[in-house]
Design a binder for this molecule. Structure first.
Ligand code: AMP
Length: 410
């Protein structure tokens, strides 16, 4: 199906052909006509599926068609969980809006940077706001912005918004919006909390399900290597050099680990940078730009910071620390094998985390053979507390029991 059959304007079609996008992705083909008709949408889709343009294109089309209200005020509001995702969505809006005959004003607002330039940017009114929830509310509280004219609300990565504890902010934002509006809801996972929010928000939504389960991601080779926890950095270094990985995104559990692993790789002459929530916005933007431009070979990131990163042709993702949840596993491996490229997702598993990986595999319907790299044969065995996943002196939780059962092959 060509883009031209979806009801987009000639200006937008020209912009798409300039990008050499030949056909819509499945989520775009399904969502664009529905959004143009004003329908609510519930899309299970993660970064990499083309979900951003699935709402950016029809919203630009609709906003350009209708005259801006006077005074000018935000007609579309996109909420994103992280600054990086907000910036990326804003870039897509701005890039494509340039081609329209009707100029549309886009503001991207997020925390961690000074509020004043953002307030200045909102002066004179805007058409589209892309925001992280906290900063959006700050701006409303400063009377820099009103949400009364919002016709379409987009929740991008709704599951992440909830995971990051934005439920209260979302409720407040909702109370500031007109009751009559279009709602577009995108989420990689439809966990119960996400479904509850979707039910509260959406009216007769079109359901679009395009998230392939990890076991169906033929474009991603998923592997697991067994190694002692203390030897992971050494192994990682060897793999990067031997396999000649040009760009690697390494996931770790904590900011501290991101710093340490990046530092050790640098000491081994591999260009590596940490990427986590405690870095300044300037530093994060710089690391991302350097990584995209291949000036950095390895980025060692925490889940929160790496969420929503759009880096095309990312060939390798490494789970140095295993993700806490199965949905994080899906998100992480989704960083590679994107837009038709093939990728490798590699998990390092030690005696202490074996049970946890078994649980992830069970939930995802996966079975990854444990590989062993010569010279890195694991010698450690898990202690009982580790296998149970619990903390000494505490009764194992339901999750701990499930992990232990999965480890026993139940
Ligand atoms: P997203 O899922 O929105 O993060 O998009 C993932 C990547 O796919 C981005 O780099 C987009 O620019 C790219 N993309 C989006 N739509 C298309 C398309 N129809 N054809 C090819 N690439 C696309």
């Amino acid at each position: 199906m060509p883009f031209s059959s979806l009801g987009l304007s000639p200006a937008l079609l020209r912009a798409l052909s300039a990008r050499a996008y030949t056909a819509p992705t499945p989520i775009q083909a399904a969502a664009i006509p529905a959004v143009l008709q004003g329908r609510d949408v519930l899309g299970s889709a993660q970064t990499g599926s083309g979900k951003t343009l699935a709402f950016v294109l029809p919203l630009l089309r609709r906003l350009a068609q209708a005259p801006a209200p006077k005074p000018r005020r935000a007609r579309a509001l996109v909420l994103a969980p992280t600054r990086e995702l907000a910036a990326q969505v804003g870039e897509e809006f701005r890039g494509l809006a340039q081609h329209l005959d009707t100029p549309l004003k886009v503001s991207v607002v997020f925390g961690g940077v000074s509020i004043n330039p953002q307030m200045m940017g909102l002066r004179g009114g805007i058409d589209i706001v892309v925001a992280t929830p906290g900063r959006l509310l700050d701006l409303v509280d400063h009377n820099a912005l009103t949400l009364e004219g919002v016709q379409t609300l987009v929740l991008d990565e709704a599951d992440r918004l909830l995971d990051l504890g934005f439920a209260e902010e979302l409720a407040r934002i909702q109370s500031l919006l007109p009751r009559q509006r279009q709602n577009l809801f995108f989420s990689a996972t439809l966990a119960p909390a996400v479904q509850t929010l979707a039910q509260a928000l959406l009216r007769d939504p079109l359901r679009i399900d395009v998230l392939p389960a990890p076991q169906d991601r033929a474009d991603i080779v998923q592997r697991a290597i067994a190694v002692d926890a203390g030897r992971r950095t050494q192994l990682l270094r060897q793999l990067i050099l031997q396999e000649r990985w040009s760009r690697v995104l390494v996931f770790v559990a904590t900011k501290h680990a991101a710093e340490i692993v990046a530092d050790k790789l640098r000491k081994a002459d591999i260009d590596a940078e940490p990427f986590h929530g405690e870095l300044s916005q300037g530093k994060r933007t710089q690391v991302l730009a350097d990584f995209k431009a291949e000036r950095i070979r390895v980025v060692v990131a925490t889940d929160v910071a790496a969420r929503g990163l759009d880096i095309t042709q990312l060939p390798v993702v490494v789970n140095y620390d295993l993700p806490r949840s199965t949905s994080d596993y899906t998100h992480r491996i989704g960083r590679t094998g994107r837009a038709g490229e093939s990728g490798l997702a590699l998990s390092l598993v030690s005696a202490g985390t074996e049970a946890h990986l078994c649980l992830i595999e069970k939930r995802q319907g996966l079975q990854l053979p444990r590989e062993v790299v010569p010279g890195f044969e694991p010698v450690e065995t898990a202690t009982v507390t580790e296998t149970m996943g619990g903390i000494k002196g505490k009764r194992p939780s339901k999750k701990d029991k499930l992990r232990a059962a999965a480890a026993r092959g139940l």
